[in-house]
Design a protein around this ligand. Sequence first.
Ligand code: ADP
Ligand code: MG
Length: 370
Amino acid sequence: MQRYKSMGNFAALELRIIPFCLKLTMSKEKQQTSISELGEFGLIDRLTKNIHLKNKSTIKGVGDDAAILDYKDKQIVVSTDLLTEGIHFNLMYVPLKHLGYKAVIVNLSDVCAMNAVPKQITVNIALSSKFSVEAVEELYSGIHLACEKYGVDLVGGDTTSSLTGLTISISVLGEIKNENIVYRSGAKPTDLLCVTGDLGGAYMGLQLLERENEVFKGNENLQPQLEGYDYILERQLKPEARVDIVSAFRETGIKPTSMIDISDGLSSEIMHLCKNSNVGCNLYEDKIPMDSQTKKMAEELNINPLVAALNGGEDYELLFTISLEDYEKIKLDPDFTIIGHMTEPSEGSNLVTTSGSAIPLQAQGWNHGK
Ligand code: ADP
Ligand code: MG
């Protein structure tokens, strides 16, 4: 946890002022330029003109028909994600800059989950006419910020129009040495089940934003009540990818036996590891790490915080298994919490409650925006 929190607040992504102000920032503050004024090529130029390539493996970035990469003797990891307005995000309370940042992070997180290091991204966007050039620049300022912070090069993309809102799809490429690759499928019975950071915060942040959005829709003069909940708002609006954990694994000589990132909620991710590795699991309720703001918000909204951790999703922490011999290497590290252990497949995947009873885990998945 410490390592994550020590990454600190990212001043350039001001959280407080932006939620619920989007309509204002888009329409009143600045002069707006319509995309048709610039044209597709003009827009791409505006969005990519300040890119400075950072990685040796990037030979050619934006500007030709395709990018050229050179990974020498390394293996290449590729992953992609698609986000649609109204399904995956609501622009009433998700600022465009944060959306751009988060769209990059969710991809970097997938690369981390393979124990690899992200190096390049490509960005595809479809835009309806409600978006001005300035709005798209705002989206890209978040994308560029994530690229800077994580040392990733934006090497290409595609731009097109849409009839309904914004769609954004990002692909990421990363590198890894063959012997370091970690799949979902390597867990063995008796392995320890570990997680980084804390869980349920992103979900509770979303609940808070949705509640305040409802209030705002009823009366636009009411200011949102967000004080005291910075951490869970950040977890929802400005998640981070655990590249620091991948480096920590290298430094301490740990190679997880299996790994996955938590995008859909602990419960369903555990079940993926169990299914792919053909093992069972005991997860201990009292070991699941949760921040005090997550619990406080849950109490305020009358939600069991355990549900947020198990089924909430979007925490982008890493869930992994290690063999018992590696226990000594991680036991004192505050970044890792041991939350259970793997078992024979016949025992199934269970949540062991604080009172000691075992309940079969259920994969609910994460129904975005619901
Ligand atoms: P093509 O006609 O071959 O698709 P484009 O004119 O769409 O070429 O793209 C020109 C260059 O700009 C390419 O290098 C492409 O990767 C890049 N590009 C296009 N759209 C984007 C975008 N939204 N973000 C980043 N780069 C982009
Ligand atoms: Mg194109």
